[in-house]
Design a protein around this ligand. Structure first.
Ligand code: MN
Length: 262
């Protein structure tokens, strides 16, 4: 099996090394990751600038070999598949992100976007994130988290991951107590309760910082937000197609014909 691994925290992130180490025995591993942190890059791509590719080898127990790319997470996956790999990947993995990617944060996530890009390119893809809020990145036990990621991945592979299938996995904080189990969870649409902190510039203008602390508004009990908070590993199948199929029938009346032919 040929596996492409990417992330949004960058090629030197400990979560990436832990994920690579956890899946290395599954086949040929190709790492293509941003050369700088790209959290909250979402699904942006680089249009104007050329993408640089540097082959790097990071030594040590958390080491890896891979391609550091001067772009966004989605750039890394697309460029790797289109130009840098010997053939199409059988599987695309992203993560392990330092921070949960549940609820509406899925839309901001570069980690999920890297996996989604893999699905768009035709491969099954899984995004892995760890709820490490409140920990320094160096204190986060990504090796233990990676064990839970591998456990979920083995189940997914045993069930047969299909082409273009996109799965989002989140592992709760493992520092204090282990996860309570694995749960299928729907994506929460609860809003994030956050604030922008104003500051005055020397010229008297006001600027705004997005505060680091945030919380979710009340989330549905079966949702990824709620189940992750209850210390479950959450597994959420996602669509690249974000059409609201339920609304299609209700909106049918807005269709009209202007005549003419194709
Ligand atoms: Mn990140």
């Amino acid at each position: 099996m040929r596996i492409l691994v990417s992330n949004d925290d960058g090629i030197t992130a400990p979560g990436l090394a832990a994920l690579v180490a956890a899946v290395r025995d599954l086949g040929e591993i190709v790492v293509a990751a941003p050369d700088s942190p790209q959290s909250a890059a979402a699904h942006s791509i680089t249009l104007k600038e050329p993408l640089g590719v540097e082959y790097v080898r990071i030594a040590g127990p958390g080491g890896l070999e891979g391609m550091a790319i001067s772009g966004r997470p989605a750039d890394c996956v697309r460029l790797a598949i289109r130009n840098l790999m010997d053939g199409p990947p059988d599987l695309v993995l992203s993560g392990i992100n330092a921070g949960a990617n549940v609820g509406v944060n899925i839309f901001y996530s570069g980690t999920v976007a890297a996996a989604a890009e893999g699905a768009m390119c035709g491969a099954p893809a899984v995004a892995f994130s760890a709820a490490v809020a409140g920990l320094n990145e160096g204190d986060a036990d990504f090796v233990t988290v990676a064990g839970y990621c591998r456990r979920v991945l083995d189940r997914l592979l045993a069930d047969g991951l299909e082409e273009r299938q996109l799965i989002n996995v989140n592992v709760p904080l493992v520092a204090d107590e282990p996860p309570r189990g694995i749960r299928l969870a729907e994506q929460s649409d609860a809003d994030v309760i956050d604030t922008y902190r104003p500051e005055q510039t020397p010229t008297g203008a006001t600027r705004f910082h997005l505060a680091a602390e945030y919380a979710f508004d009340k989330a549905h009990p079966d949702s990824d937000v709620a189940l992750l908070a209850e210390r479950y590993v959450t597994v959420t199948p996602l669509h690249v197609d974000i059409t609201c199929h339920e609304r299609m029938a209700a909106l049918h009346a807005l269709e009209e014909d202007f005549g003419g032919t194709v």
